[in-house]
Every structure is written in C-alpha cells, then in structure tokens.
Design a binder for this molecule. Structure first.
Ligand SMILES: Cc1cc2nc3c(=O)[nH]c(=O)nc-3n(C[C@H](O)[C@H](O)[C@H](O)COP(=O)(O)OP(=O)(O)OC[C@H]3O[C@@H](n4cnc5c(N)ncnc54)[C@H](O)[C@@H]3O)c2cc1C
Length: 409
C-alpha cells in the first residue's frame, strides 16, 4: 500500500527536527523519516568529539541551549541528548530506522521508497546532512591496501589505530583535532595541510564565535564569496576540547606535529607531498587577518577598547616533501565533505556541478514542492550550523505550509 502524507521531512538531525518543529507550529501534517536514530550523525562522531562552537550557539527554534554551561562546548553524547530532548519536547513525528532509498517526482508531488514502503507526498524537505560524503584526495588509491585507512566518520580514537606513525590528510577543524589527540596519545603525527583559515579562540573576553555572529560574518551569503567553489573551503581551525583552545598550524607544530604540504600520492615506498606548506599557511593567515580586522571594526563601532590582537608569528615554510610509508600505522582522511544527493534522488536539473541544490530560499528551482534545509551556505554561512539552521527551517516550513493551503483550497 502506498501511504499519502502532505509533507515528508527526510533526516532527523538538527535541520530535519527544526523544520519539523516549525511545521508542527504551523499545523502541517508531516512525518520525519530517519534512517538511523535521531541525531544519528552526531552519534557517529569520534569518541572525544565536542562542539567547536559554544553551547549558547545552539539556538534551534523553540529549543535554545538552557543548560548550566552556555560558554562550554558540549561533548558528543550531550549534543545527542540536546537533540533527543528537542524531538521529545514537541513530540516530533519521527520514524526511526527508515531510510529513503529513492525519491522520484510525480504529477502531483513525489514518490519516496523506503526499505518496506512507498510514500506519496506533496512536499518533501530534504535534510539529509550538511556534510554527506568524505572527499578523498586524488592519489589516495595509491596507498597500499594493507595500510590502515579511515575517514573522519569512521575514526573513533587513537587506540583503535594500528601501532605506528599517523598521517592525517586534511587540516580543517577535524584534521587538526584528530592530529592533536593522536599526538597526545604518544603517536608520531604527520599532518598534510591545505588552505584553512584560523582564528584566536578568544578575543577581548569573547569567544571568536560571538564575534562571528555580531560582525555579520556568519550571515555571509554564497554570492558574497569569490566563487561558488569557495564554499568548499575549510571552516576556521579551532578546538572546543578541554573548555576550548587555539588550534592551528603554529600550535600543532609547536606541540610536535610534523606539518607537510598537500598529499600527492605514493612513489617507491615514499608518500609524497607538494612543497606548498608556506603558501597554505599564508592563505590561512590572510583570512585570519581579515577576521581579526572585522573584530577590530566591530569593537570600534561598539565603542569598546581596541582589542589587543597579536599578529601571526613568523612561519618557517620548510618541511619534508616525502615520508617513509613503512613507518605509518594509519592514514586518517580529513579532507572535507561533498554532497551525495544524486545517489538516491532522481531529480535531474535539481543540483549544480558540485552537487549542491539549485534553489531560492531553500525551494528547488527545478521541482516545485522540493525543499532543502541544512545545506552548507544554503542561504548564509550559518545555514548548516546549530545557530543558523533554524532561520532557514522557518522560511522553508512557511513555504511548505503555504503550498499545503493552496492545495487544500
Ligand atoms: C566534524 C564536524 C563538526 C561540526 N561541529 C559543529 C559545531 O561545533 N557547531 C555547529 O554549529 N556545527 C557543527 N558542525 C556542522 C553541523 O552542525 C553538523 O554537520 C550537523 O550534523 C548538521 O546537521 P543536519 O541535520 O543538517 O545533518 P545531520 O546531522 O547529518 O542529519 C542528517 C540526518 O539525515 C539522515 N539521513 C541521511 N540520508 C537519509 C535517507 N536517505 N533517509 C533517511 N534518513 C537519512 C542521517 O542519518 C542523519 O541523521 C560540524 C560538522 C562536522 C562534520
């Protein structure tokens, strides 16, 4: 039997739950289909994972963080708890362990197939994750199959890695944090670095995230970036572990991590790296200076004392361009994510060359009734974040509700 539902939300993470909350407020009949359990993606993060953004940054509609540590950084299981409480609080109509295996447009909406049912819906909101599929570097296939290799989603802790040195490929937030904890566990760690911005954790008594919100940095749109591909750049390097601290190329090198250029592949028992570490660090420093200038300007406009922000220290770009593969125990891929909608959605023309939805205010430009929430830079830089996804959820839910009213009249 085919079930008929006005609206289906796919994904029970923060984006799907926030949208569902808003649909509930607007009395729109809907279900949330989640292939795992609520907050499944957060459940799968590594053991020591905690937020990079402070707890007060969790501002889902109707469920702002109200715990005892607004300036703390929730560990993995507390984030899951925060989202579980959200779903319970408004009795989210979530069906867990239901994976949507295909979505096809029909004359009057969409047909969704799951492992044991079919559902027809007038509107579908796709909230299947801001960061969907690990991006592996060209040359990864050259690594010998008997060398342990894992991506960020599969990584748990340093003890699960086979003995030997650890090579982390990718130097965004996750790569830096994993490199740091492997080093602390006594491993020799090599970090293959790319272009990543960085920021001081705290500036003038405020977390840098607060400055990001106040300066409008988090409200930047896709159109304000130099190119659409710039949305693939890493988020700024920092850590929330242990109450939050600076974590970037200079702190990692000072602690003992060997920094390297871009990974190039394997050649004659050696792993090869480009001689471009200096360029990558200079790129990150340039973004760092821009962010700090925004903060200075914001402080000036608020009449605050000029913040004391030290300039980046000189950086020695010299580093090895190869390492001996026989000493490696594990390789961790931390090169970011790409969308994977098109593996299960049969909606030609709905996505751009990079696989991101083509849309206006979250509504697909190709398929009326199809919406997206929780996409990196959907409307703004904060669209995929706990702080900003709610704004998009409200806008999308309003469109779903309006379409529903039109259908029923
Ligand atoms: C390593 C990392 C650290 C991050 N740290 C922060 C942070 O500190 N602060 C912050 O604000 N943001 C952070 N983010 C960004 C963002 O908050 C998270 O990526 C968050 O998980 C996005 O929520 P979401 O609901 O959009 O996607 P997800 O949490 O990925 O939820 C999508 C859900 O959809 C389900 N699903 C997928 N496909 C299907 C299908 N076909 N059928 C049914 N269900 C499906 C999945 O099981 C999942 O539960 C981080 C991201 C990463 C990758």
């Amino acid at each position: 039997m085919t079930e008929q539902i006005l609206a289906v939300v796919i994904g029970g993470g923060q984006a799907g739950l926030a949208t569902s909350h808003e649909l509930t407020q607007m009395n729109v009949e809907h279900v949330v289909l989640e292939r795992g359990r609520v907050a499944q993606t957060w459940r799968g993060r590594w053991d020591s994972f905690c937020l990079v953004t402070p707890n007060w940054f969790c501002r889902l509609p109707g469920h702002h963080y109200d715990g005892p540590e607004p300036d703390g950084f929730m560990p993995r299981d507390d984030i899951v708890g925060y989202l579980e409480r959200y779903a319970e609080r408004y009795r989210a109509p979530v069906r867990e362990n239901v994976e949507v295996s295909s979505l096809n447009p029909t004359d009057d909406g969409f047909l969704l197939r799951t492992q044991d049912s079919e559902i027809r819906a007038r509107s579908v909101v796709v909230s299947t994750g801001a960061y969907q599929r690990s991006s592996l570097p060209a040359g990864a296939a050259d690594l010998p199959p008997d060398l342990y290799q894992v991506d960020v989603d599969g990584y748990r802790n340093p003890n699960e890695l086979p003995d030997g040195d650890v090579l982390v490929i990718g130097s965004g937030q996750s790569g830096c944090q994993i490199a740091e904890e492997c080093l602390e566990a006594g491993r020799e760690v090599f970090l293959s670095c790319g272009r990543a911005p960085w920021a001081y954790r705290r500036v003038a008594d405020h977390d840098v995230t607060w400055w990001g919100a106040e300066t409008g940095f988090l409200d930047a749109t896709l159109e304000s970036l130099p190119t659409p591909a710039a949305r693939l750049a890493a988020n700024f390097q920092a850590s929330g572990r242990g109450g939050g601290h600076d974590l970037h190329y200079r702190t990692l090198r000072a602690a003992g991590v060997t920094l390297l250029g871009h990974f190039e592949g394997v050649d004659g028992g050696q792993v090869r790296f480009a001689d471009d570490l200096g360029e990558s660090v200079a790129w990150g420093d340039e973004r760092h200076v821009q962010i700090m200038d925004m903060i200075r300007e914001e402080a000036r406009e608020r009449g605050m004392a000029p913040p004391d922000i030290p300039a980046p220290e000189p950086f020695d770009p010299n580093c090895p361009t190869s390492i001996d593969i026989s000493k490696l125990g594990a390789v961790v891929f931390a090169g970011g994510y790409r969308p994977n909608y098109q593996t299960w959605m049969n909606t030609p023309g709905a996505f751009d060359k990079m696989g991101f939805p083509i849309h206006s205010q979250g509504a697909s430009s190709a398929f009326p009734g199809l919406y997206f929430v929780g996409v990196h830079f959907l409307r703004k830089r904060k669209s995929s974040l706990l702080y900003g996804v709610g704004e998009d959820a409200t806008i999308v839910a309003t469109q779903v509700a309006t379409a529903g009213q039109l259908t029923s009249t």
